[in-house]
Design a binder for this molecule. Structure first.
Ligand SMILES: C[S@@+](CC[C@H](N)C(=O)[O-])C[C@H]1O[C@@H](n2cnc3c(N)ncnc32)[C@H](O)[C@@H]1O
Length: 230
């Protein structure tokens, strides 16, 4: 069952999801963009954060809150070569709008070529609010965060989280966050979000998972100087 279908509890067994593998990793055929991705990882390291594009399994879980039946405004942060973008585009309603933000110009070009229906910005997620304004997206229904959030400079993370709260369409608007360090950053995301549920995905190189997050914790909101509902 996908994230979008219901709100699972943190203690729920991970085997209840068809996207959560319990039999051990199986390496997928490398995507045509794997070589570019690896090259970028070797030259840029922590800002790319993974040796390979996300697997279809990880991407499907990250895109799970995208609703095929409803037009939505969707934002993807850190699109890379478009592994997760592909799942978003495959799932989304024909009238949905997708804004993908990617810092690396070569990656952004790949995503632009692969997905002409998406608006792809070459730039930093730190300027998410301006990117949304330029795209004419007042409110966002789904945030898909593929950034290496724990490794980013604090001001970048804070700008993203401010934009998340100020631009979300409701206090329940989801942000999915991919991770290739299963559970390691659970405390990090729980300190930040009101709700952060992790699902393991072994079929990924390296094994990883997705956090489904909603709202911000009171303490973190205060730190960012944000008012209103969390
Ligand atoms: C772990 S990769 C994810 C790529 C792709 N979404 C996937 O799942 O295969 C992280 C991506 O975030 C991008 N990135 C890092 N810092 C960024 C920033 N400040 N703004 C936008 N993108 C950023 C990197 O260039 C890289 O493409």
């Amino acid at each position: 069952m996908a994230f979008a279908d219901r709100r699972p509890s943190v203690s729920e067994p991970v085997s209840s999801s068809p996207l959560t593998e319990t039999t051990g990793p199986r390496v997928e055929t490398p995507t045509p963009h794997a070589a570019l991705f690896l090259r970028k990882f070797l030259t840029k390291g922590v800002s790319v954060a993974s040796v390979a594009p996300s697997s279809r399994h990880l991407a499907a879980l990250a895109a799970a809150p995208v609703d095929p039946d409803t037009p939505q405004a969707i934002v993807e942060l850190g699109a890379g070569t478009g592994a997760v973008t592909a799942e978003i585009v495959r799932r989304m309603h024909p009238e949905s709008r997708l804004l993908a933000v990617e810092l690396d110009a070569d990656f952004a070009d790949v995503v632009r070529r692969r997905f002409p229906s998406a608006r792809v910005v070459t730039g930093s997620a730190a300027e998410l609010s301006s990117h949304l304004a330029e795209a004419g997206l007042e409110r966002v229904d789904v945030f898909v965060n593929c950034l290496p959030t724990p490794s980013l400079p604090k001001p970048v993370v804070e700008a993203v989280m401010r934009a998340f709260v100020e631009r979300r369409s409701s206090p329940e608007t989801p942000m999915t966050q991919i991770s290739v360090m299963p559970w390691v950053y659970r405390g990090f995301y729980r300190r930040m979000f009101r709700e952060a549920t992790f699902r393991l995905v072994l079929k990924n190189v390296p094994p990883g998972g997705v956090y489904l997050c909603r709202g911000l914790n009171d303490a973190y909101r205060r730190k960012l100087g944000l008012a209103g509902p969390n």
